[in-house]
Design a protein. Structure first.
Length: 149
């Protein structure tokens, strides 16, 4: 079942259950997916990787907005962003723990023969491609710096 079909079904369930906060998050997902599908140069159907990228972008936007609202003492808006983020995150693949990222990157660094921070670009490129959707880019970068530094 495609993600958009799953979202449509979840929207119907949220409507029947009168879950306004969940409905708001689901509609945001559907809007973003439809927008991505109709962008110039986009394929007729989104690939699962493209869907994950859209969802990651939505979560990142919510996190950044929530941080801004928190610093401005706007708890009402902060709460809205956090609720939407909690609705979006279950549709993403399970995120790797820091320990799992370190283990994977140690193996990757050995495979690529990276020895210093000069090889960071090569390692980051391969890691971001292989861990797409499973780990945050910032966490990958921190671990690579730690391991190569």
């Amino acid at each position: 079942m495609s993600l958009i079909t799953q979202i449509d079904q979840d929207i119907k369930q949220a409507m029947l259950a009168k879950q306004a906060d969940r409905l708001r998050g689901l509609r945001a997902i559907k809007a973003a997916l439809l927008l991505a599908r109709t962008e110039k140069g986009a394929a007729e159907e989104l690939t699962p990787d493209a869907e994950i990228k859209v969802l990651q972008k939505l979560v990142k936007q919510r996190k950044e907005s929530a941080e801004i609202y928190k610093t401005q003492n706007r708890d009402d808006l902060y709460q809205v962003e956090m609720e939407e983020m909690q609705v979006i995150e279950p549709y993403l693949p399970q995120q790797m723990t820091r320990f799992e990222i370190e283990g994977y990157l140690q193996e990757l660094i050995g495979r690529l023969g990276a020895t210093s921070t000069q090889d960071m670009g090569k390692v980051m490129g391969a890691a971001n491609k292989e861990l797409a959707g499973k780990a945050d880019g910032r966490a990958i970068s921190e671990v690579v710096k730690q391991l190569l530094g």
